[in-house]
Each structure stands twice: as structure tokens, then as C-alpha cells.
Write a protein that binds this ligand. Structure first.
Ligand SMILES: Cc1ncc(COP(=O)(O)O)c(C=O)c1O
Length: 404
């Protein structure tokens, strides 16, 4: 179970030297290391743990994860460069819109696996691999015909731009086998985002294994890799009721003997579940006011730093760090035992991080701590809208606070 370390934020606030309102991402690297090690140790030997860099490509986080994970899922040359700089571990290059120059660079860098997202992409890869005289190890990314879960966002089992329609996979296999410079290493099934149901995830794994087996058999393929992608969720709506990782890990062990017998390896490419819990976004309340009978707190920060709640139209989990000092000679605005909407510093009513949630007390000068902000937080946000200064990036490790 993910637990959030409160101490990293408090350690930063104690040591903070900058004047002006607080605005920072605080990453607890001890927490990340421990969480990643727990995930890795809980997985059976036939599973390989990849980190999906897109969830948070911060170099401090990548360096913390590097000794623990088996490899990295990358989706651009920028991500390949980051991993190249810190690791010799395998890279798997995915993404639905690969450019020729990206594929060529992936070949040059000996990226270990490349996802094939369509027949046309396969043809282009084969063409370029032939030109370069390299054999390209590929995973065929499948868009399954069946819907697999109630997860927040689905990439597969529904019409999307991702992967090869399951019904077309046999034709693509035939084509791939006709290319001398293409080697089918397996199948890639990443299908969902923020799934909160461990039982549904297991059903999905079973389905992936069944499909991969049938194609291996039909075409006498070795293809030892079944990549089930990521998609393990964070329960932002009720953090006391998290995804049941222990059940998933325990039940995966049930597949151990058959996978050994069949020489199969399961890849997991985990993003959100890996890094969400190590990061908090902290932002000072500048004002508390009442409009049309509703209470609003306004922050030095907002959705340009943490876009996720606005994008998903949800309240981000938070706690209030109370600050007792008040520097002005006039009244301190605040509310008690009331619902509040927490907005940011942008000039749009969409800049909301929390909508009508209860607080026992919230005053100007207090600090809002948005937990579970370590994945798809800073990296997916529109940082420069309105040209406000960026938040500090803060790392806490062994009780030491580093500020960038
Ligand atoms: C191909 C692929 N693998 C893995 C992931 C990571 O997913 P998550 O962060 O839900 O674990 C993503 C996220 O979009 C992805 O596109």
C-alpha cells in the first residue's frame, strides 16, 4: 500500500530560505526508493519491472529508480537521451507517432525493443532496418477487441489511435515474418490508465496471455515477451482505499509455472503507481473570499503546475499545513468548518485544484499540500501560461533537503 510521507514537506518548509509565498514540488526520494523496492520484491521472477518515464521524467527520480527497475519504457528521443545518460538497462521505445529519424536513432542507440503500432509503422521500420542493416526487435502493440476494465482512461478495447486492431494482428504477423530485419519479440497490450480494480487487472493479464499464446502457437513464434503495460491506479477520490497491489502480485505468482514451462516473460511498465506517492505539490494560500455564497481560496500556483485535477475534473487529495504567523496589521481572511473551492493564480475559472471540499480551517498564509502529485503532475502541466515563476523543485533524501 502506498503511504505518503508527511515529513518531507515539513522538512522542506522548515529549511526554506526563500522569501515570498511558498510554491514547490517536494519529492521524497527515500519514499520512492522504498516503494519501488517493495514493488520489485513482490513480483515473481517471470515478471520484469519497467518504469514508464512519461509519468515523471525528473532525473533525480530516474536515478533513484535506476538501480531497482529492470528497464525503462520511453516514448521520445528526449526520454531516450535521459535514460542513456544514467543507465545501461534495457529501453523499450513506444508511442503512436514515431518519426523516421526517431526509429533510426533508436536503432543506432541499440534500444532493446520497439513497439509496432500499425502495419504502416511496421513497413517503415522494416524499410529503415534494411537500409541500416540491423535486425530490429519489436513488440506488436495490440488494441484488444474486448473492453477490459472500468479504468479512467482506456487505450484499448475501444476505438483509439493506439495499437493494431486485434483482428488485424494475424496479417501484421505474416507481414513481419516476411521481413528479414524484423524480429517479433512479443506482444504489447498497454490498455488502460488509473485502473483501481486488482481483480479486473488480473482478468486483463489472463486475456493478454491467452491472446499471445494463441498467436505464438498459430505462427510458431518464439515471441517470449508479453507486455501488459501500466495502468495501475491511484485512488485520488478515496486515498484510504488504494489499488490492492498485494493481491495483484500474489495472484501473478499463480502463473509462474506455466510461464516457466512456456518460456514467457511478463513486462510491466508502471508509471503512475510508481511515482505518484513520492511527490507533493505545495502552494501557499494568498486569499480566502466568498462569492455568490461560495468560499474560494486562491493559491500562489495552480493548474499550470498541477494540471491533473483540472484535466480530470476532480478534487486533488490535499491536506492543510497551518501557518500561525501573520505579517499584516489587518485582518487575516479565513474560513472554518466549511466547503471551499481552491483555485490558482491563472485568469480562468478552469484553474481549480479542489472543488467544494470540506476544511476545518483554511486561512490566507496557510499552505495547501497536494499529495499523490509525483506522477503526471508537473510534466503534463502548461508551465508558462501567464509567465508566473515556476515552483521550486525540492528533493528530500536521508533527511537532507535539496532545492533546484
Ligand atoms: C505504452 C505505455 N506504457 C506504460 C504507460 C504507463 O501507464 P501508467 O502511468 O498508467 O502506469 C503508459 C502511459 O500512458 C503508456 O502509454
Amino acid at each position: 500500500m502506498i503511504t505518503i510521507s508527511k515529513n518531507a514537506v515539513e522538512a522542506y518548509l522548515e529549511q526554506r530560505k526563500e522569501s515570498g509565498p511558498v510554491c514547490a514540488y517536494v519529492y521524497d526520494l527515500d519514499h520512492l526508493k522504498q516503494h519501488a523496492e517493495t514493488i520489485k520484491q513482490s513480483l515473481p521472477a517471470f515478471c520484469e519491472l519497467y518504469y514508464a518515464v512519461k509519468a515523471n521524467p525528473d532525473l533525480e527520480l530516474l536515478s533513484t529508480l535506476e538501480p531497482i527497475v529492470d528497464g525503462f519504457e520511453v516514448a521520445s528521443i528526449g526520454e531516450i537521451n535521459k535514460i542513456d545518460g544514467i543507465s545501461k538497462k534495457p529501453m523499450l521505445f513506444g508511442g503512436p507517432a514515431k518519426k523516421d529519424h526517431e526509429m533510426l536513432e533508436a536503432m543506432e542507440r541499440n534500444v532493446d525493443y520497439v513497439n509496432v503500432e500499425s502495419l504502416h509503422e511496421l513497413n517503415r521500420m522494416a524499410y529503415l532496418a534494411q537500409q541500416e542493416q540491423v535486425k530490429l526487435p519489436v513488440l506488436l502493440r495490440v488494441n484488444l477487441s474486448t473492453n477490459v476494465s472500468d479504468s479512467h482512461i482506456r487505450m484499448s478495447g475501444v476505438p483509439t489511435q493506439f495499437g493494431i486492431d486485434e483482428r488485424d494482428v494475424p496479417n501484421v504477423i505474416v507481414k513481419a515474418l516476411s521481413y528479414e530485419k524484423i524480429e517479433i519479440k512479443g506482444f504489447h497490450f498497454h490498455a488502460m490508465s488509473n485502473n483501481l480494480d486488482a481483480a479486473a487487472h488480473l482478468r486483463f493479464v489472463e486475456m493478454c496471455m491467452k491472446k499471445a499464446r494463441s498467436w505464438r502457437k498459430e505462427f510458431a513464434l518464439e515471441a517470449p515477451i508479453i507486455d501488459i503495460g501500466g495502468g495501475i491506479g491511484i485512488n485520488y477520490w478515496d486515498t484510504s482505499n488504494p489499488f490492492d497491489w498485494d493481491t495483484l502480485a500474489r495472484e501473478l505468482k499463480e502463473f509462474e509455472q506455466e510461464t516457466i514451462d512456456e518460456n514467457l516473460t511478463l513486462f510491466l511498465e508502471i508509471g503512475r503507481y510508481m511515482t505518484a506517492g513520492c511527490g507533493s505539490y505545495v502552494s501557499e494560500v494568498l486569499d480566502v473570499k466568498t462569492n455568490h455564497g461560495e468560499h474560494f481560496a486562491v493559491l500562489r500556483g495552480g493548474s499550470h503546475h498541477l494540471r491533473l485535477p483540472a484535466a480530470w475534473k476532480m478534487s486533488h487529495p490535499f491536506r492543510v499545513h497551518s501557518v500561525e504567523g501573520w505579517k499584516y496589521p489587518f485582518e487575516r481572511p479565513g474560513i472554518k468548518d466549511a466547503e471551499v473551492t481552491v483555485a490558482g493564480e491563472l485568469c480562468t475559472p478552469n484553474d481549480v485544484l479542489v472543488g467544494k471540499e470540506f476544511v476545518s480551517e483554511l486561512r490566507a498564509g496557510d499552505i495547501m499540500v497536494f499529495e499523490y502529485a509525483g506522477a503526471y503532475g508537473w510534466t503534463i502541466s502548461h508551465h508558462d501560461f501567464l509567465s508566473h515563476p515556476h515552483p521550486e523543485q525540492v528533493y528530500v533524501m536521508n533527511g537532507l533537503v535539496y532545492i533546484r
